[in-house]
Design a protein around this ligand. Structure first.
Ligand SMILES: [Zn+2]
Length: 211
């Protein structure tokens, strides 16, 4: 049996925060059935990430339920766990943006939004006060949250996200799968998840009321 990955003193609070954020998302129904994954970047060059292990209940994550991985999900410290299979997408986010935290949740509203707005290729939201909660956005900015194709091939999924990602928008919707959201730190990533989930629900409801 391998030793469990043991975080440094600086890394431990990051893991505690990720477990707490995961629990909060799980309570809201955004991480049910062991879905979703969370990571933080702890080194830029070479890339090092702390990521949630695959297949665990996101409402009950412990600090021992994370791994340290490098590019292509290479495990950098002994662990009995497997990294999330979607780690390649997190790598794309860290390569393309200034993010230091990336959270991926599956919610009913973000799945529905990806279906309802698929033809447009993005979910457009404008003149909504909550837009101001997204870094770099003001009330007069228009959000066009990109929607990309899903794939069970993780290399292709990472490529799809890479193709749709706009570094000025802190999220990408994957068709009928979920949303990847990021921020310059964990607090910002969490805020962006909450804001984008609000806006996806708003966009879906607005559309249904207008029909
Ligand atoms: Zn997923």
């Amino acid at each position: 049996m391998l030793d469990v990955f043991s975080p440094s003193d600086e890394q431990l609070p990051l893991l505690e925060r990720m477990a707490a954020d995961a629990k909060s998302f799980w309570k809201r129904g955004w991480l049910v059935g062991t879905c979703g994954n969370l990571s933080v970047k702890v080194n830029e060059q070479p890339l090092e990430m702390l990521v949630s292990a695959s297949g665990l209940d996101k409402g009950a994550l412990q600090t021992s339920d994370f791994l340290k991985v490098g590019p292509a999900g290479k495990i950098l410290a002994p662990t009995p766990h497997k990294p999330s299979s979607e780690i390649g997408v997190h790598e794309v986010v860290y390569r393309r943006t200034q993010a230091r935290a990336c959270y991926h949740v599956h919610s009913v509203w973000n799945n529905l939004a990806s279906q309802l707005f698929r033809e447009q290729g993005s979910v457009m939201v404008e003149n909504v006060e909550m837009l101001k909660g997204l870094a770099g956005f003001g009330l007069r900015d228009t959000l066009r949250l990109p929607i990309v194709d899903n794939s069970e091939d993780m290399t292709r999924l990472a490529r799809n996200v890479d193709g749709g990602l706009n570094p000025k928008i802190p999220g990408v919707l994957v068709f009928q799968h979920g949303i990847y959201v990021w921020g310059r730190d964990q607090a910002e990533a969490r805020r962006h998840v909450e804001i984008l989930e609000f806006l996806m629900e708003y966009a879906c409801r607005l559309r249904s009321y207008k029909q």
